[in-house]
Design a protein around this ligand. Sequence first.
Ligand SMILES: *Cc1c(COP(=O)(O)O)cnc(C)c1O
Length: 488
Amino acid sequence: MTFRQARYDEPLLWEVRDPVEERPGVTALPGVPVGLLRKHPVAWPELSELELARHFTRLSQMNFGIETAFYPLGSCTMKYNPRVAELLSRREALLGAHPAQPEETVQGLLELLYELEGALGKITGLPHVSLQIAAGAHGEFIALLMTRAYFEDRGEVGRTEVLLPDTAHGTNPASASMAGFTSRELATEHGLIRARALRDQLGPKTAAFMLTNPNTAGLFEEEILEIADEVHRAGAILYYDGANLNGILGKTHPGKMGFDVAHLNLHKTFGTPHGGGGPGDGALCAGERLADYLPVPRIRREGDRFRWDYDFPRSIGKVKTAFGNVGLLVRAYAFLLAYGESGLTAVTERAVLNANYLARRMGELLPRPFSPLVKHEFLLSGAPLKARGVRTLDLAKRLLDEGVHAPTVYFPALVEEALMVEPPETESKRELDLFFEAFRRSMEDRPENLHAAPRNLSVGRVDEVKAARDLLLSWKDLRDRRPPAPGN
Ligand SMILES: *Cc1c(COP(=O)(O)O)cnc(C)c1O
């Protein structure tokens, strides 16, 4: 099977509207004071319902999503977002709720959030939970602000450094820097942190060590208990980047490993939409050391009533408008209920099986650094393709022509020409086999074709640097840059 994306040259709505002067003028509505009427018609597109329906249907067919085909983006856990969670989050009572509504009128919602906090506290082994976190990187930033407040309270203001491994996600050093710390990278050995090497780097300047486990090479940090001991002996905080929780759900948890605080990416592990499909969402789970510093308000239960509690004098304060991305929290809660405790363990077992199956097959095509057995994701090196003048980037673009999303590429940087593949539990063996065949076809294609890819999509290869540096953020920007169409 290959997938052909629809290739429309779909104009912007602004470009299909009739010229202003051909449209009827604005008519006065009875009772509207003349002074309030517009002097000129608004430059809005005027389209029929059918034109509008076609426009958005075509746009949707130019898009790629988890419901189009396999989406093996490593570290991102692109799993199916169950319909049941969508349905529940769209209930009328919830859609109409307002953050300023009196607590008595949102008791059901508060109870749901309270229950969700309890479930996440249990899953992580870190019982104090804030749901005010927008996503993973936000969780890192907030936890580091909490870490700073914690050390300031203790008079340990010399703790200015955050350590992280060379397998760390780019958001880790970025968050450290935003929170006012300097960060330093530690070299891994065969993809793993060695406790002894870490010990030499820890000291009175260390505020925190940030780690994800399993790490971004898909490997479980075997020395995690020694690592936790070393970090704590040095007086520092051990931070868990929860992006890879899909590799250990129900089997173990960060609390048991000795972590002090953890962020969860609800959009990765707990099936809420992300990427183009949704805004992402997070949670921050803390043990006793940092619990007092969590954002306010927190939900307090009094008998069978629930209320927002602002009375945490050490808290770093409120960190997000409203009370978090509530619609996504409801989806995550529905996901948890739908799977249940044993279902979550099965999620991890299936994800790990999928990863090892695909790793074994793809390992016949490209070399795999590090240990052959992985948790939920694995790395390949595209370095051997360089002999044919082909790079990992070409292979990733060529895969798009096969109708699948590319894996994560060039991360982590310690693997040359890296590809990082994550097949979550919601993929079947059939899909994995189809992907394997698509990957093999792509690899074996002629170099010219690889260089020219993608050729079947609505857009070809874009200049990624220019795309990031030279932003066109609105229709007006675009109109001002484009040469006028002939006849206009
Ligand atoms: C995705 C990810 C993050 C950042 O999370 P966001 O929700 O995208 O902000 C951090 N660390 C790792 C390992 C990740 O995969």
